[in-house]
Design a protein around this ligand. Structure first.
Ligand SMILES: Cc1cc2nc3c(=O)[nH]c(=O)nc-3n(C[C@H](O)[C@H](O)[C@H](O)COP(=O)(O)OP(=O)(O)OC[C@H]3O[C@@H](n4cnc5c(N)ncnc54)[C@H](O)[C@@H]3O)c2cc1C
Length: 378
């Protein structure tokens, strides 16, 4: 029997990578450290490039995403009074889709046979064999077991244990912290908004079934205990002067759980390919969420890897080609996202006014053109 292709991590990148391997007819086992599927996060926006990646992996995945989610044609940046500063039009032919993380995980997991996924198994390292087949890696699990592999895909997220082994890099704290959740409120809009004020930023993303995914970002020192203790009632006070429906959303959000985390990224890997080990998703290119692209880029990784595996004669050559095709684009997204965060999180009132003025004066065609490279998968 041919050796298994092993995946460390069962998030969006691990699941989509498993679909890519399955598409190529390769035997795959995925190890996820959580004891069960546990989608982290509330909602998510899949931009047109992510929908294209899903389509390339399997056309039915895109169809299902459109069924489960809500098509969103536009992202509007607003001032804290609600004035439109900028609009990014996704387009009717290729919209973005908003959905809950639970639905996105379900969509990906339904495309895989259950026996592919092993929960409660944490990968701790990869060993290269010195005898026998020298190129074949061995995945070491926390329970002490060792699994021979044809190749290993490291999809274990921003805190990747495998990246720590191959190319360690510290977290780069972005300077702001984020809360997010889902509220039951039918805001009756087919576009997403992000409101930029000197006290912070607030995102409103309509979801199907009269719900809304919200997120709030505030500048703070990393791990500040007072900030970490803030709940949705505190956020309601903090954003009280922001335009409607933000106070209403935060009022409603008090009946639901929410998540809080400091925002960080990492210097992206200099190479996504290390012999028979390839890095995908946040393990390769963890980014700040300012462009809403982390998961979108992970889906692009998987779709491109599937193409490379279909064309190459060995895992090593497929991984090298994957690295060539993906690295510079992913690096560019990490850098652009970080820059965008710095502009969006300005807090000096005068600088905010100047920024808002510049955004209002910029022609709509310019803001649309600026992001087209991002939304079109090469
Ligand atoms: C506030 C916020 C909002 C965001 N919004 C968007 C958005 O709208 N659109 C978008 O595209 N992206 C968004 N992102 C980014 C997106 O969430 C991530 O880029 C994406 O989830 C990365 O997927 P991943 O599978 O690479 O990593 P993860 O989601 O971190 O998954 C890694 C998985 O590996 C498991 N794991 C970890 N270590 C091990 C190990 N050693 N062995 C086995 N398993 C392990 C973990 O339990 C986890 O299940 C957002 C991020 C944040 C923080």
């Amino acid at each position: 029997m041919s050796k298994q292709w092993l995946i460390a991590g069962g998030g969006i990148s691990g699941l989509s990578a498993a679909i890519a391997l399955q598409k190529c007819g390769l035997p795959v086992t995925l190890f996820e450290s959580y004891p069960e599927s546990k989608p982290a996060g509330a909602g998510i926006i899949l931009a047109p490039n992510a929908l294209e990646a899903l389509h390339r992996l399997d056309p039915s995945l895109k169809v299902r995403a459109l069924e489960l989610g809500l098509a969103c044609t536009e992202m509007r940046i607003l001032s804290d009074k609600g004035a439109v500063l900028s609009r990014v039009h996704f387009g009717k032919a290729a919209p973005s889709v908003t959905l809950t993380r639970v639905d996105l995980y379900r969509l990906l997991m339904e495309a895989l046979p259950q026996e592919t996924l092993q929960f409660g198994k944490k990968a701790v390292a990869v060993k290269q064999k010195n005898t026998g087949e020298p190129h074949n890696p061995v995945l070491v699990l926390e329970d002490g077991s060792e699994r021979d592999a044809e190749a290993v895909l490291a999809c274990d997220g921003i805190h990747s244990a495998l990246r720590q082994q191959f190319a360690p890099a510290p977290l780069r704290y972005a300077g702001y912290t984020c809360w997010r959740g889902i509220a039951d409120l039918d805001i009756k809009q087919a576009y997403c908004t992000e409101t930029w004020g000197s006290q912070g930023r607030f995102g409103v993303v309509p979801l199907p079934h009269g719900r809304v995914y919200w997120y709030a970002l505030v500048n703070a020192a990393p791990g500040d205990p007072q900030v970490s203790a803030m709940d949705t009632a505190d956020l309601l006070r903090h954003f009280a002067r922001f335009h409607d429906p933000i106070p209403q959303i935060l009022q409603q959000a008090q009946h639901h759980p929410f998540l809080h985390q400091d925002i960080a990224d990492k210097k992206p890997l200099a190479s996504f390919a290390h012999g028979r080990v390839a890095f995908l998703g946040d393990a390769a290119h963890a980014m700040t969420p300012n462009l809403g692209q982390g998961a979108c880029q992970a889906l692009e990784d998987a779709a491109v890897l599937a193409d490379c595996l279909g064309e190459a004669s060995s895992p090593e050559s497929a991984f090298l080609r994957y690295d060539q095709l993906r690295r510079s684009r992913a690096h560019q997204v990490v850098a652009t996202s970080s820059r965008m965060g710095k502009i969006a999180q300005l807090e000096h009132p005068l600088l905010c006014k100047l920024r808002n003025l510049a955004m209002r004066c910029a022609p709509a065609s310019l803001s649309n053109r600026q992001l087209q490279w991002l939304y079109r998968m090469p």
